[in-house]
Design a protein around this ligand. Structure first.
Ligand SMILES: [Zn+2]
Length: 428
């Protein structure tokens, strides 16, 4: 008789598996398979440490497929809810209060590519025609809490994907209306309002958003906005703005930065943006000409519903308008070009891909609190260094985190453990 091999069925607590998934990103392992090589090692402290984090008593370590299987059952929604819970907690404990702009948390919105495939991967893929071949895309519309100190915390996500795909969609991709950034924003903002009903937000984004459907949508949530203002996007409003600037030349403020850059701010109220059914929006607009010590001048302009005055103009542009870049630089680019590996297909299943997306966002939130928080600065100070001189670069921190996690047992946490407070850096 052939021998039947008995494979024990091990059930893992979901808290254990969520932590297991977060460690994939916190330790920047880069791919799911790497979990088996870096963290599935019985000779290390990994099992005991994950049990301590999760408050569980698992006796074995899972394989990477267990995580994937679990996420298939769990779905993405509970992880989205976990992210919201963590952001709400940070807001409630006032950890982010110093980042506020005139009382509001600044939320940058933008879309970005998540995954791309050479062949259709699922029914929801977006299709882009290129001369030689078609590309199948998954995109996201993100809302991130941003600040001049470089923080970019994910607070809301709408996946840009096609709900219904008509027959011959691939051939006629230019002929049918696919999902897009503005359509996704119309789902994202009301969802954000439901998740944070009492929190005052100020939205910031590029010129794509400086149009009446978006302004209307933001005002409907009771929020502020500071959007990039470009002549091509709203030509009539731009012409009116130029006239108003000439009429109110007294509304000017000059600022000299420590590096010798000179900024000249000019502003106007009552710029008209035309909406549907002859409805008009009266907005405020700011113009800034920035001249470096070497003599190069760059100009910027923004639209806002915040009150622009001599006292507020610098704060509105510094904490609001200019921070829209943080979602690209500290958000998308960092997540794509580091071992967080945003564009890696951690799974091929469309729902699991979303679950991994949220795990990545939560892990990045934890890493940002670690990298920008006071605990690391304090640790470096104890040996007479700064975090950068102690670890060489912030990139090395994930590697050190992995080493620590493998070889050092975390101290137990119970009711008697004193609470620790993390203060965030004000500057980048
Ligand atoms: Zn797809």
């Amino acid at each position: 008789m052939p021998e039947t091999r008995f494979v024990p069925f091990i059930e893992y607590h979901k808290r254990f598996l969520v932590w297991w998934g977060l460690l994939l990103f916190c330790c920047k392992l880069g791919s799911r398979r790497q979990l088996d090589f870096d963290l599935r090692d019985a000779a290390t402290q990994v099992l005991a440490n994950v049990n301590r984090l999760a408050g569980t008593q698992q006796r074995t370590l899972p394989v990477h497929d267990t995580l994937d299987h679990f996420l298939g059952h769990l779905g993405a929604a509970p992880l989205a809810a976990l992210r919201t819970q963590m952001i709400r907690r940070l807001i409630r404990m006032k950890a982010l209060d110093r980042l506020r702009l005139l009382g509001c948390f600044v939320i940058a919105v933008d879309g970005t590519g998540h995954l791309h495939f050479a062949r259709r991967h699922c029914a929801q893929c977006l299709v882009r025609h290129h001369v030689a071949h078609d590309v199948y895309l998954h995109m996201v519309e993100e809302a991130k809490l941003v600040a001049p100190n470089g923080i970019a915390l994910s607070v809301g996500t709408a996946f840009i994907e096609n709900a219904e795909v008509p027959a011959r969609a691939d051939r006629d991709a230019d002929q049918w209306k696919q999902d897009c950034e503005v359509a996704a924003l119309k789902r994202l903002l009301p969802a954000l309002k439901r998740a944070y009903p009492q929190t005052p937000f100020c939205l910031t984004g590029d010129a794509l958003y400086a149009c009446y459907p978006v302004i209307e949508l933001v005002e409907a949530q009771g929020w502020a906005y500071v959007f990039t203002f470009k002549p091509g996007r709203l030509p009539a409003a731009w012409a009116e703005f130029q006239t108003l600037l000439r009429l109110h030349s007294e509304q000017t403020r000059r600022v000299m930065l420590p590096d010798g850059t000179q900024q000249v701010y000019r502003w106007a109220s009552g710029v008209t943006v035309e909406a549907r059914h002859n409805r008009l929006y009266s907005v405020n607009a700011v113009h800034c000409a920035e001249t470096t010590a070497a003599g190069t001048t760059t100009t910027f302009a923004w639209l806002t519903n915040l009150p622009v005055t001599r006292d507020t103009v610098v704060e509105i542009t510094t904490k609001g308008g200019r921070c829209r870049w943080k979602i690209d630089n500290e958000g998308f680019n960092l997540q794509k070009n580091s071992d967080l590996n945003l564009e890696h297909a951690y799974s091929l299943d469309p729902e699991r891909l979303k679950a991994y997306y949220y795990l990545l966002q939560i892990a990045h939130l934890i890493l940002q609190l670690l990298e920008r928080g006071s605990l690391l600065r304090q640790l470096a100070r104890e040996v007479g260094k700064t975090p950068r001189t102690l670890w060489g670069s912030l990139k090395n921190i994930a590697r050190r985190l992995l080493e620590s996690f493998r070889y050092h047992l975390l101290p137990p946490v119970d009711a008697a453990t004193p609470r620790i407070q993390i203060r965030l850096n004000d500057t980048s």
